[in-house]
Design a protein around this ligand. Structure first.
Ligand code: FES
Length: 375
């Protein structure tokens, strides 16, 4: 009744691999990623690209992990381009040599988003737990030489938020045309490390003010996007633009998902595209249907005047915080579990020391977290 038939998955996100040379403490890959090592073969991906395009997908993002560790990336980009997708590559830049960049350009890659961790070598390399700062500077020049627009992304959290002015300055010096300052979303590794990463309200206020000053100073030379932090805003986000409405994520092992962390949700089965067509996964699977639209909602969402706008917020966040994927997202003040969010923020405001050490994402930590139930 409340769930209109789904339109096409306009955006296909091909998570080609969970392998990554970086070890970011805020990585959005599932904490148990080491359990899903069986990557799809090139032929599987080529079929998925074709099937998703037939279903109406128009944009294809290649991400990971680090998608450049796949040596078939150029072939996949070329096929996506041939099929008429707008293609983009989400990368740390590690592995993007001049020759690979030229090959990707020839393959028809439209857009590259290069991620940075901070403005200084020390913090960039600490946060990614690898020595990559100098390499990223080099990659930025390679991207410019190939004529791609300079699009950069930096995930913002307590450990780098006070450097936001320097991050913007660095992006400007490199010639960025677009910089996304994305406040950490607390899932996956960022959720495990939340007590280290969550900023104070004052830090956020300052960071927004500095960003606004830079907007004026740059006078349109670079577009700055400050993606708000929902823990502090008290406003649920319309996550992935609505479950099963726009985004089709395909995990490295072929599981089709409405978002990159949905696999952790209990009681849901998601189809594997090794055995199922994209059409069937999108239109017929129970996993995609479960939280489409508003028909699944219970109170307080089902009678809320904002339900059509925010669609109850994020299902993964509801599960992580309230233990129930069908609950209202606890960042919403109407949620019965909203106090959990307030308490997390208050602990930071009070300067309470972290109980657990910062965990960097790597396969060993993944296996350890999986066996100890930290998911
Ligand atoms: Fe899974 Fe929001 S991240 S629904």
């Amino acid at each position: 009744m409340n769930t209109p038939p789904p339109g096409p998955p306009l955006w296909l996100l091909a998570e080609l691999t969970y392998r990554c040379p970086l070890h970011c403490a805020f990585c959005y890959n599932p904490v148990d990623f080491a359990q899903h090592e069986q990557e799809l073969a090139t032929a599987d991906w080529l079929r998925i690209l074709r099937e998703a395009r037939e279903l109406g997908a128009v944009q294809c993002g290649f991400s990971g992990g680090e998608p450049l560790v796949r040596d078939d990336l150029e072939e996949l980009v070329a096929e996506a381009h041939r099929l008429g997708y707008y293609t983009n590559l989400l990368t740390s830049g590690v592995g993007l040599t001049e020759s690979r960049a030229a090959a990707l350009k020839r393959a028809g890659l439209d857009h590259v988003q290069l991620s940075f961790q901070d403005s200084t070598r020390e913090m960039n390399d600490f946060l990614s737990h690898t020595r990559t700062f100098d390499l990223k500077q080099k990659v930025a020049h390679i991207l410019r030489d190939q004529g791609w627009p300079m699009v950069m992304n930096c995930v913002i959290h307590r450990l780098n938020i006070d450097h936001i002015g320097r991050i913007i300055e660095m992006a400007d010096a490199i010639g960025a045309e677009y910089l996304e300052l994305a406040n950490t979303q607390y899932y996956s590794w960022a959720f495990e490390n939340r007590e280290h990463l969550l900023p104070t309200r004052e830090q956020l206020r300052q960071a927004e003010a500095v960003t606004d000053q830079w907007r004026e100073r740059l006078a349109g030379r670079m577009r700055l996007f400050f993606v708000a932090a929902d823990y502090h805003e008290g406003k649920p986000k319309r996550c992935v633009n609505g479950w099963g409405s726009t985004l089709l994520t395909v995990a490295p092992d072929g599981v089709a998902l409405p978002c990159h962390t949905a696999r952790m949700l209990p009681g849901l089965a998601f189809p594997n595209l090794r055995e199922t067509s994209v059409r069937s996964a999108w239109l017929e699977s129970e996993g995609f249907a479960r939280y489409r639209g508003t028909g699944w909602m219970k109170e307080p969402c089902s009678s809320c005047e904002h339900r059509e706008q925010d669609l109850g917020g994020c299902r993964c966040q509801a599960f992580l915080l309230a233990g129930d994927p069908a609950a209202a997202d606890p960042v919403c003040p109407k949620s019965p579990q909203h106090a959990l969010v307030e308490e997390a923020v208050l602990r930071v405001e009070r300067g309470e020391p972290a109980v657990r050490p910062l965990v960097f994402r790597d396969p060993k930590a993944s296996r350890k977290a999986t066996s100890s139930g930290l998911l």
